[in-house]
Write a protein that binds this ligand. Structure first.
Ligand SMILES: Nc1ncnc2c1ncn2[C@@H]1O[C@H](COP(=O)(O)OP(=O)(O)OP(=O)(O)O)[C@@H](O)[C@H]1O
Length: 333
């Protein structure tokens, strides 16, 4: 059954479904926020004006309903269901065959470790592009055990992968709130303004130094913009796969950041040199000479040691804070 918007207040329609305005703008009868019901508004439209448009009052509503149903379908359609990704091995830089197949599932965190220049970013890029033996590594990526349809690789709508890279450069002249709200609207989420506030609140929990809604995005520090993008990805990205390149240098609460991203039922692949992050993952792919050299499963002992590492990290955190505040470092016992 079609949802009815007849008795909804226009104000509510606009805040819940901002794209509803587009329908009326295109018709040349712009919708203005008010406490009137939609049907009341439509019935009060000037009959002569509608005659010029070649449409009757009743038809305005009928066409609006069809438009909204179409938008709902688009919203549903762009959510791809990814249960697993499989990497079919290619060749390393020495031309040697790589480990044959590695499969990762929804909800898992997989870390990618290895020395500088080993090929970690290349692996992320292969996944991002859904390589089909057509990159320097000759790897092949399967989604849900199958070769993904060609159009997925190049489609903007079917964005399978969200990438959080090391540098975030904003050039737009917008406040944090305007920027995130625009993004939420473009994602066609319900209640975009509310969602934007939630995203900014969460970002502030990750960032060391807080920022407010009015802060221009160009004025955010590196850490703050990373925090904002992580929160934005966690709440707005419909991509089922998240690739993260070295979150540890961002000066944000990296453990919270990861928890935020992982809660959302995604497959997270993360390049990291940080032992705490690496041990939070279930698996580690070790890269050497451009190839996946081995796969390690985080052991129980490593998970137990994670607690010790976190305590050590807390101590270092306190020292860092003392340094930042210009204090002398008191030796902790
Ligand atoms: N299997 C491969 N065959 C051929 N070239 C490769 C292969 N793997 C990686 N390369 C190339 O090696 C170079 C270094 O790889 P990459 O940038 O991925 O390293 P990295 O581990 O991310 O390094 P860093 O830690 O410094 O960021 C890149 O030019 C990449 O395209």
């Amino acid at each position: 059954m079609m949802k009815s918007y007849k008795d909804m207040f226009i104000q509510e329609i606009i805040t819940t479904y901002p794209y509803a305005k587009d329908f009326f703008n295109t018709m040349g009868i712009p919708l203005k926020s008010s406490q009137e019901t939609l049907m009341g508004y439509i019935n009060n439209l000037d009959a002569i004006e509608l005659e010029h448009l070649g449409i009757e009052h009743k038809e305005v509503y009928e066409q609006f309903e069809v438009f909204m149903q179409h938008m709902e379908e688009i919203k549903k359609g762009i959510r791809l269901n990814v249960e697993s990704i499989t990497i079919l091995g290619g060749y390393n830089k020495l031309g040697e065959k790589e480990k044959s197949a590695i499969t990762m599932h929804k909800g898992e965190i997989i870390c990618i470790v290895g020395p500088t220049g080993a090929g970690k970013s290349r692996l992320l890029a292969d996944i991002e592009w859904m390589a089909q033996k057509d990159t320097p590594t000759h790897r092949q990526i399967l989604i849900n055990g199958q070769v993904p349809p060609k159009e997925w690789r190049f489609s903007l709508e079917h964005k399978l992968v969200a990438q959080l890279s090391q540098n975030m450069n904003f050039v737009m002249d917008l406040s944090v709130y305007e920027f995130i709200q625009l993004h939420a609207e473009s994602r066609m989420v319900d209640h975009p303004s509310q969602k934007a506030l939630e995203i900014i609140e969460q970002a502030n929990l990750l960032a060391g130094e807080k920022f407010d809604l009015e802060t221009p995005i160009t004025a955010l520090s590196g850490g703050q913009s990373r925090a904002l993008m992580i929160s934005d990805t966690a709440f707005l990205s419909i991509s089922p796969i998240v690739l993260i390149d070295e979150i540890e240098n961002a000066g944000i609460d990296r453990k919270k950041a990861l928890e935020l991203l992982v809660k959302k039922d995604k497959i997270v692949l993360m390049v990291t040199h940080d032992p705490i992050l690496a041990l939070m993952g279930e698996k580690r792919l070790v890269i050497k000479n451009g190839g996946i050299y081995k796969t390690l499963t985080t052991t129980k002992q490593e998970k137990d040691n994670l607690k010790n590492l976190e305590e050590m990290d807390q101590i270092l955190f306190r020292y860092r804070e003392q340094l930042r505040k210009g204090e002398t470092i008191d030796w902790l016992h």
